[in-house]
Design a protein around this ligand. Structure first.
Ligand code: F0G
Length: 457
């Protein structure tokens, strides 16, 4: 029988450069390799290779049982869908110092209408928008913000298209730190901007894009004691790995055929890929899902990088898309994402603005909803089914990255026909559901009801 309670092991971790392989015990403030300047990732030399990689002393069955047991615990770190899996994360010295808003533990929903539209038997969506601040960012933020506080930082900072800043501001405030947010002026949805303000961030709207904000932030953290919380911080990636662990647990450790994820700065796809590869090395699973990354046509740096250079050289683009979360032209984690595509035999796809908007409304019509950037996953899936990359009987998981209430302005504009004022396509009309203004009488409402009923039949 697996033990129900096992001691938490201290598993040492180190920082390894993804390009030159240089190993460091402590990262630089920029989280860049001190030799070649490329990104770092966390590795665990304590995972012995004797009988397959394993955190020493713990086996697969006992870990699965331990993680299940923790769901019944009243401890904050057990209730967190991130810290519940702490054996596969960097050891954190003092559990009482963890900053957690009980992130993770997000649902998997079945999207029935969307499955039929895409032409597959079953479609599942893991809704990361159901996190405390409404996006997947919380799963990485709990870990990286906790590290910042443990290291004595009073200030944390990020450049953001909106969700990272909302998440960081919340975790900083909850943990008693202050936060500095750099966002592109006029390009962040009001929902996200209002979160950062409410959580008390010092919010600077810069006259540049996301990539420009990240450049400025890098200089600020060199000159001021501000801890960098963008996804170049490898602790963010480690926290975001837990989405994959939780997903597999929810699927009873059956590996899906496909995982489809939106791509922006490419931290999330990198985290998911790292998790699945580690879980295979640790013996939790035998094969990997194909992880595919979908971008907006106007912000398609990875798609072009794969198609034009085979993933060898980044093709940065000037990004433009109404899915503002992924309006990124120079993705920091592109090399990590290329590696995930190669390791998992996934692919890339780009989708148009109208394809994104229609897919978002379709996810809404299943009663689920998501923000625009998340909907690229469904728009991409439709193309994958058409090309035969996804078969109708395949198990497919869309990662919905943000909540539908993150960008209500986009949603209203779409349904009112204001998002694409010059387009007049049937497919747009079929999904547009503008509110109707009527006189205040039952007759007027009943007449609308009858019209709607006959339009459906
Ligand atoms: N979906 C949403 C809702 C996002 O907010 C982001 C990124 C992505 C997808 C792309 O994820 O960058 O890991 O490839 N948002 C960042 C931010 C950039 O600042 O909130 P990625």
């Amino acid at each position: 029988m697996p033990q129900s309670v096992l001691p938490v092991r201290e598993i040492a971790h180190q920082f390894c450069c993804i390009a030159c392989g240089k190993v460091a015990a402590h990262p630089a403030k920029s989280f860049r390799c001190s030799s070649c300047g490329d990104l770092l990732e966390i590795s665990y030399p304590g995972w012995s290779t004797d009988q397959g990689l394993r955190p020493s002393g713990l086996n697969v069955a006992s870990l699965k049982a331990l993680w299940r047991t923790r769901r019944k615990s009243q401890l904050a770190i057990d209730q967190s869908g991130v810290w519940r899996f702490r054996e596969l994360l960097p050891a954190f010295p003092d559990a009482s110092k963890v900053i957690t808003l009980r992130e993770g533990s997000t649902p998997i929903y079945e999207l029935r209408r969307c499955a039929a539209i895409a032409g597959i038997d079953t479609l599942l969506a893991k809704h990361q928008g159901m996190n405390p601040t409404g996006s997947f960012k919380d799963t990485g933020m709990t870990l990286a913000a906790s590290v910042a506080r443990a290291q004595g930082f009073m200030w944390v900072g990020c450049a953001s298209t909106g969700n990272t800043s909302a998440s960081m501001a919340a975790y900083a405030a909850y943990g008693g730190m202050r936060s500095l947010v750099l966002i592109p002026e006029g390009k962040v949805s009001w929902g996200k901007l209002s979160q950062a303000l409410d959580y008390g961030a010092l919010t600077c709207q810069l006259e540049t894009d996301f990539d420009g904000c990240l450049r400025v932030l890098n200089e600020v953290v060199q000159r001021m004691p501000v801890y960098l919380l963008n996804s170049v911080n490898p602790y963010r990636i480690e926290g975001q790995k837990t989405t994959a662990i939780e997903l597999l647990e929810q699927l009873d450790w059956q590996v899906p055929d496909h995982i489809i994820v939106p791509g922006g700065n490419l931290g999330n796809s990198s985290a998911l890929g790292k998790a699945f590869v580690e879980l295979r090395e640790l013996g939790f699973i035998e094969n990997l899902p194909r992880i595919s990354i979908v971008q907006a046509e106007g912000a398609n740096a990875l798609v072009r990088t794969m198609r034009e250079t085979g993933g060898k050289r980044l093709i940065a683009v000037h990004a433009e898309t109404a899915a503002s979360a992924i309006r990124i032209g120079n993705p920091a984690s592109w090399k990590k994402a290329v590696r995930v595509l190669e390791q998992t035999s996934g692919t890339v796809e780009e989708v148009s603005e109208t394809e994104i908007a229609v897919a978002k409304a379709e996810i809404g019509s299943d009663g689920i909803g998501c923000e625009p950037a998340s909907a690229v996953s469904l728009a991409g899936l439709k193309k994958f089914v058409k090309t035969g990359f996804v078969k109708p009987s395949d198990t497919v998981i869309l990662i919905l990255t943000g909540h539908v209430l993150k960008d209500p302005e986009y949603t209203l504009k779409f349904h009112r026909g204001e998002l694409f004022p010059t387009s007049d396509t049937d497919i747009l009309h079929s999904q547009q559901r503008a509110p109707t203004v009527l006189e205040a009488s039952a007759n007027a409402v009943i007449s609308e009801l009858k019209k709607a009923e006959s339009a459906k039949s």
